[in-house]
Design a protein around this ligand. Structure first.
Ligand SMILES: Cc1cc2nc3c(=O)[nH]c(=O)nc-3n(C[C@H](O)[C@H](O)[C@H](O)COP(=O)(O)O)c2cc1C
Length: 352
């Protein structure tokens, strides 16, 4: 485990290892304000031994929520609670970024916005997204920029823009969803670059700003193009995952041994020098180490295993049975309402 447990310098911060707990919405708030449950959840997670936690998708605007019980960063009053999360995580020698988010057409708004008029089909409903006006675009960009300022004031080590998994930035990037013929359609990078620029103007240059980006948006070639433009414009890291769910073309070699998201991350890392994170179904420390050994990927994201057992990493490191996510979709469904993993037995075991 030489690489996995080696320190890693990301811009101005040092991570104690190469393991990141990626953002996972856990539905522990009623009104978007941080609760004691949120703070306890992050305290336990930070004790688990990862070098970095990226806090769950935290919404920049009430109208952009993906679920009723999502955390928010849309007003200054929310900063105090967010500071508590930062404090308990830092106390465990763990760094923390916050993922800032707007759901666009895949949110719960009565009249959801989208870069272009778009019919979003998901399993239980059909949603009609309204095309954003230029005023809508400017206003939501301002929400992201203000959220960036609040994140800095709350003491986070950095920000991750939520730019994948079908949400608003992913909608701008994906040309099958964004069919605008103005400058936000002909140049799909523009929406996010203006946000990046706005955050840079009001936060110190050391403040880390990265993005979670769809590797297939809709194709891998597009994903690589977006990554390169972001690098040229000073993004600090690229956390590569999946793109807009109904509109991505994933072409991955049949004999590829890791996940499709990892495949995209690997291809992107071959084209950029900024730190790249990779994700999906990393179920053991051995696999995590193998990824770092065999690819140029810098950081591995391990998500659901930490939901099953927040002490997953320490347990696995000590050779104890740590648990393994079986990838049933239940936690994703439950997170919209209440936490979280049906494999509660393990959670209870670690709580003792
Ligand atoms: C309950 C749950 C909530 C999630 N919430 C987010 C989120 O807020 N932002 C995000 O980018 N990804 C989110 N994801 C995706 C995870 O960050 C991660 O990419 C995914 O679980 C795959 O990694 P894993 O196989 O290690 O779990 C969520 C996943 C789950 C299971």
């Amino acid at each position: 485990m030489k690489k996995l447990f080696s320190e890693y310098e990301l811009k101005n911060i040092k991570l104690k290892n190469r393991i990141c707990v990626p953002p996972m919405v856990v539905g522990l708030t009623e009104d978007g304000y941080v609760t004691l449950e949120n703070v306890e959840y992050y305290r336990r997670l930070a004790k688990g031994g990862a070098g970095l936690i990226i806090q769950e998708a935290t919404c920049v605007n009430k109208d952009g929520k993906l679920s009723e019980r999502q955390l928010g960063i849309w007003e200054d009053g929310q900063i105090e609670g967010l500071k508590e999360i930062v404090k308990v995580v830092h106390a465990q020698d763990c760094k923390i970024f916050i993922q800032i988010h707007h759901a666009g057409v895949v949110g719960i708004s009565e009249s959801p916005l989208c870069p272009s008029a778009y019919i979003y089909q998901c399993s239980d409903k059909t949603v009609v997204g309204q095309e954003m006006t230029k005023e809508d675009i400017t206003s939501i960009q301002k929400d992201f920029i203000e959220a960036g300022r609040r994140a800095y004031e709350a003491g986070y080590d950095g920000i991750e823009l939520h730019g994948c998994h079908s949400y608003l930035i992913s909608q701008f990037y994906n040309k099958k969803v964004n069919t605008r013929n103005d400058e936000y359609g002909t140049n799909p990078d523009r929406f996010v670059l203006e946000i990046l620029d706005g955050i840079r103007k009001i936060t110190p240059k050391e403040f880390i700003v990265g993005i979670r980006l769809g590797g297939f948006e809709p194709t891998l070639e597009d994903g690589i193009k977006h990554a390169k433009v972001l690098e040229q414009n000073g993004i600090d890291f690229l956390d590569i995952s999946y793109g807009f769910s109904n509109e991505q073309e994933m072409q991955v070699s049949d004999d590829y041994q890791f996940s499709s998201a990892m495949y995209a991350a690997e291809k992107i890392k071959n084209e950029v020098t900024v730190p790249v994170f990779g994700v999906h179904k990393i179920n053991s420390l051995e696999i995590a180490e193998e990824i770092l050994e065999k690819t140029k990927i810098d950081i591995v994201d391990i998500g659901r295993n930490f939901l099953i057992n927040p002490n997953w990493l320490n347990d696995a490191k000590e050779g104890k049975y740590a648990g393994k996510c079986l990838a049933c979709p239940q936690c994703v469904v439950l997170s919209k309402d209440k936490p979280i993993c049906p494999g509660k037995v393990l959670l209870e075991r670690t709580a003792k």
